[in-house]
Design a protein. Structure first.
Length: 173
C-alpha cells in the first residue's frame, strides 16, 4: 500500500492542509497520553508538494494558557483560526469548528489540487464527498483508532497516525 500512497503524490500538486486541532489533541491524549507533533504532521501532509495554505483551527480560553502553542503553530507557517470557548449557564462548554473548516476547505479548493484534512471526525464525510466531486484529491490524516470508518473509506488516501506514534507524538502529560 505504501507504494500506491507515494505514486499518487506529484511535486507540482498544490496542497492545502486543514488541521482540526481539538480532534487530534483529544485523540492523542485519550489513546497515548501524549501530544501531537504538528511539525511532523505538516511535513508529512505536504511531502515534496507545494504548500499553498495551512490552517489550524484552535480554541482559546479565558486563561490564555494556549498562546505559546498558537505561536509555535504560527512559526511553522500555519495560519491560526481561533474561536473562543463558549461556556453556557449550565456549565457546558463548546467550541465547534466543523462549519469553519468546511467553509475554508470549499473556498480553498479553487486554488489547490489536494486538500489534506487532519481530523477523524465523521461529520466531514459530506465535505470530503463534495470536494472529490469538485475534482480535488482529499487525503485524511488522523488516529485510526478514533477515526470514522466512513471518512477513512471515502478519502483518496488515509494516513493513520497510530502507525507511527514516535513520529507524530511528543512528550507525555
Amino acid at each position: 500500500m505504501l507504494e500506491i500512497f507515494y505514486s499518487t503524490k506529484y511535486k507540482n500538486q498544490r496542497v492545502a492542509v486543514l488541521i482540526d486541532v481539538q480532534n487530534l489533541y483529544h485523540s492523542a491524549r485519550a489513546l497515548f497520553q501524549k501530544r501531537v507533533n504538528f511539525k511532523e504532521l505538516l511535513e508529512t501532509a505536504v511531502g515534496d508538494r507545494q504548500l499553498i495554505r495551512a490552517f489550524a483551527y484552535v480554541v482559546s480560553t479565558k486563561t490564555g494558557e494556549e498562546k505559546p502553542f498558537f505561536e509555535a503553530l504560527s512559526k511553522l507557517g500555519i495560519e491560526i483560526r481561533v474561536k473562543e470557548l463558549q461556556e453556557y449557564y449550565d456549565g457546558m462548554k463548546k467550541a465547534d469548528w466543523d462549519v469553519g473548516i468546511a467553509v475554508d476547505a470549499i473556498k480553498t479548493a479553487s486554488i489547490v489540487d489536494v486538500i489534506v484534512l487532519a481530523s477523524g471526525d465523521g461529520d466531514y464525510t459530506p465535505l470530503v464527498e463534495y470536494l472529490k466531486n469538485q475534482g480535488r484529491r482529499v487525503e485524511v490524516m488522523a488516529f485510526g483508532k478514533s477515526t470514522s470508518t466512513k471518512l477513512r473509506e471515502i478519502a483518496d488516501n488515509f494516513i493513520d497516525l497510530d502507525e507511527n506514534p514516535k513520529k507524530f507524538l511528543i512528550k507525555s502529560y
